[in-house]
Design a protein around this ligand. Structure first.
Ligand code: 13P
Length: 255
């Protein structure tokens, strides 16, 4: 973290978990544990059907509710999809785009990730843009090239002004849901590569202001040492965000 230069953000990604009632209960349980912990932004990204219940439970707390994806078109024949306008109308300010599970299981590409990112920015939302290498790429020694390429393609055509509405989540795919965490050194090194790529695109000064989270089996045990690294500005947390105490402990580690 480097709070002098950029905001620390701790976000949960609930993925395909939680009914509305369960979502509300988790927000209510978490809220008192994170109250007053204002050195970071605290967000739960929820399945669409849970957003209203989670927002209601989060009223008057420092927890913000986001979505897990957004479509790039304004409206039309896209069965099963949700537009940025719809999310905006529901009071959603944050949305995850480009999660590796979307890329892996639902055919999303850097091109569609870029379009979704642009649509969310245009609707006034802040995007949590996910990228990261798969295991074979890390083993082949091409992690730096992969994340640099994703950063460039996913942000193509996005201005420095618009970049203020982007948080990047570096999520090595091999670390997601596997219990394998990148070492703090690996996380730092790759987040620094992403920041150097941003510096090439937008200049050093702008790059220094961008929040770059780490995601991949981050939990209450390993969060502190990951967040101690200067280029790791927060976390995007899957499994551990489903438990109030574990998530709150990660928020504590960011104070
Ligand atoms: P886990 O924390 O369960 O590994 O998931 C990470 C993730 O994919 C967050 O988006």
């Amino acid at each position: 973290m480097n709070p002098a230069k950029r905001r620390t953000v701790i976000a949960g990604n609930w993925k395909m978990n939680m009914t509305p009632a369960e979502a509300a209960a988790l927000v209510r349980e978490t809220a008192p544990l994170v109250a007053g912990k204002d050195n970071c932004d605290i967000i739960f990204c929820a399945p669409y059907v849970d957003i209203a219940a989670a927002q209601e439970a989060a009223k008057g707390t420092n927890i913000k509710i986001g979505a897990e994806n957004v479509h790039f078109a304004e409206a039309g024949a896209y069965t099963g999809e949700i537009s940025a306008k719809m999310l905006g109308a529901c009071g959603v300010d944050y949305v995850i785009v480009g999660h590796s599970e979307r890329r892996q299981y639902f055919g999303e590409t850097d091109e569609t990730v870029n379009l979704r990112t642009k649509a969310a920015i245009a609707a006034g939302m802040t995007v949590i843009l996910c990228l990261g290498e798969v295991k074979e790429q890390r083993l082949a020694g091409i992690t730096d090239e992969v994340v640099a390429m994703q950063t460039k393609l996913d942000l193509a055509g996005i201005s420095a002004e618009e970049l203020k509405q982007v948080i990047i989540a570096y999520e090595p795919v091999w670390a997601i849901g596997t219990g394998l965490t990148a070492t703090p050194e690996q996380a730092e090194e790759t987040c620094a590569v992403i920041r150097a790529t941003l510096a090439k695109l937008y200049g050093e000064e702008v790059a220094e202001t961008v929040t770059i989270q780490y995601g991949g089996s981050m939990n209450d045990k390993n969060a502190a040492e990951l967040l101690a690294k200067p280029n790791v500005d927060g976390g995007l947390i899957g499994g551990a965000s489903l438990k109030a105490a574990a998530f709150a402990a990660i928020v504590d580690a960011a104070q």
